[in-house]
Design a protein. Structure first.
Length: 500
């Protein structure tokens, strides 16, 4: 069993003079000496250091109060999520799964060993509550792979206790700086160890500027690839909104391949797009039903109790599978599958050797706006077709198709923001608003379809179908309201690409 802990800490350089007096820090009533612990940690990574490239750390540590396996993911500067598992000889499967999107089939090997003498102090308030743990760490680092160097240093680490306002760290920081202590230049002990024990290399040059249309499109594709990889552990842990966010990243990338077919050769990207569609579908199996369940349940709560005939809530719950949101065993199986890992490898290969077409080498100001306008023209044709149709299936289909093309235009505009600035940002907002309006209509269509199915099941069981009909009627009115609003809404935005 693995446990997750939010770690909020700050690290400081130390000149071996020890820890300054912290009794003067506001809110600190006592500084309690907790003694010295000997820690011995071996850090694991692939030979090409894929975890380090993502600022992810995986270690097996003995000594101290939390001996075991520790996996840390960056959240923000000075903030990491640490997943802990009990001490064992081999990497626990729960942690192996969380790094699979980065590691793939590569072997995890020991890369660095850190041995530390940790002198610990607890900062306590007047009620005896722990505010923070402060330690002075004398560190000895030994490179185990990718080099053979060693390094030694001393650092001060301040880790906030659970439930304490992070502002308290600012107070400690002020006291340490006043005593001449300065923040560490390294984000972690591992980062410093790898930097100081690595073979000497030429200093890297500055980051390459985005010059061509191809540069900009690839930067957007790369951002979506990174999002998929980074969201993988969150999906496995049922983190809120992670499944939806990963699904959006797959859609963004697939849309980009279609929108910028003049930049990236679709003979190469279309097969990858098919695999992205597969992944989005797998991610959506639970998500779509969850969204409809929430909509139908909320609508049922608005129905006066005397008008609820039969076990309607139970029928809806049973249809939804009685399952909470997040990752299911089925979805984790997808993320562990060879097909998914092959997709990640294909994305890496595409970015390493992009299938650039002639337009990729041209100025982005010439190429990217044309692609955005082309997508918007498709939206325009579909919306104008929909508003001319009579209510019914044909109009429903046209609105749904317009919604899909609106998403594509929104994502194309997002990719255009670094090139076009405010006009592209404005178009993103406009397309998002249109997408939300059309999405409300599609949700109503799907809700009515589900209500028809539930009504049939209830009728077959000898139950009253009255409430399902009532909910169906309300959904019809919601869809009609969208259809009534759409012409005026569209008139206000149909010239949105004029400034691009």
């Amino acid at each position: 069993m693995a446990d997750t802990k939010r770690e909020i800490e700050r690290k400081y350089e130390s000149d071996d003079s020890g820890l300054p007096d912290l009794t003067g820090v506001a809110g600190v009533a006592a500084v309690v000496d907790k003694g010295v612990a000997q820690l011995d940690a071996t850090y694991y990574d692939t030979a090409d250091e894929r975890l380090a490239a993502s600022s992810v750390t995986l270690r097996r540590r003995t000594g101290g109060s939390d001996a075991g396996w520790h996996l840390k993911f960056p959240v923000a500067q000075g903030v990491r999520d640490e997943i802990q598992a009990p001490l064992s000889d081999d990497l626990p499967g729960a942690l192996a799964g969380l790094v699979r999107s980065r590691v793939r089939d590569a072997e995890l090997v020991p890369v660095v060993r850190l041995r530390s003498d940790r002198d610990v102090r607890h900062l306590m308030d007047a009620d005896g509550r722990l505010l923070a743990e402060v330690s002075v760490d004398a560190v000895h680092a030994e490179r185990l792979a990718g080099g053979s160097g060693e390094a030694q240093w001393t650092e001060i680490e301040v880790e906030l206790a659970d439930g304490v306002d992070p502002v308290f760290l600012d107070k400690v920081d002020k006291r340490l700086r006043k005593a001449g202590v300065r923040p560490s230049k390294s984000a972690s002990k591992l980062a410093r160890a790898m930097a100081e024990t690595a073979p000497k290399k030429l200093a890297p040059g500055p980051d390459e500027e985005l010059v061509t249309a191809g540069d900009h499109v690839l930067a957007y594709v790369r951002a979506q690839r990174d999002a998929i990889v980074e969201l993988d552990p969150a999906v496995r842990q049922d983190a809120e909104d992670s499944v939806h966010s990963m699904r959006v990243a797959t859609r963004r990338m697939r849309s980009t391949f279609k929108s910028f077919g003049k930049v990236l050769d679709r003979a190469v990207t279309d097969p990858i797009g098919d695999e992205l569609k597969w992944l989005a579908g797998e991610l959506g199996v639970d998500r779509d039903r969850e969204v409809l369940n929430e909509r139908l349940s909320a609508a049922l709560e608005e129905v006066p109790r005397p008008l609820v005939s039969g076990p309607v809530a139970e029928r809806i719950s049973h249809w939804a599978g009685d399952a909470p949101g997040g990752a299911s065993a089925r979805l984790i199986g997808v993320l562990d599958s060879g097909r998914y890992l092959a997709l990640l490898e294909a994305l890496d290969a595409l970015l390493a050797e992009p299938p650039l077409r002639e337009a990729a080498g041209k100025k982005p100001e010439k190429v990217i706006p044309k692609a955005v306008k082309k997508d918007f023209a498709k939206v325009s044709a579909l919306v104008e077709q929909a508003v001319e149709l009579d209510p019914g299936t044909d109009r429903d289909v046209a609105i749904h198709e317009a919604r899909k093309k609106t998403k594509r235009t929104r994502y194309a505009a997002e990719a255009a923001v670094p090139v076009l600035g405010k006009p592209a940002k404005d178009l993103v907002k406009t397309m998002k608003a249109l997408q939300n309006l059309l999405g409300e209509h599609q949700d109503s269509v799907m809700s009515r379809q589900t209500l028809r199915e539930l009504s049939a099941v209830a009728h077959a069981a000898g139950e009253s179908a009255f409430t399902y009909g009532l909910l169906y009627g309300r959904e019809e009115r919601r869809a009609a309201a969208v259809e009534a609003e759409l012409p005026g809404f569209w008139d206000g935005i149909k010239d949105a690409t004029a400034v691009i």
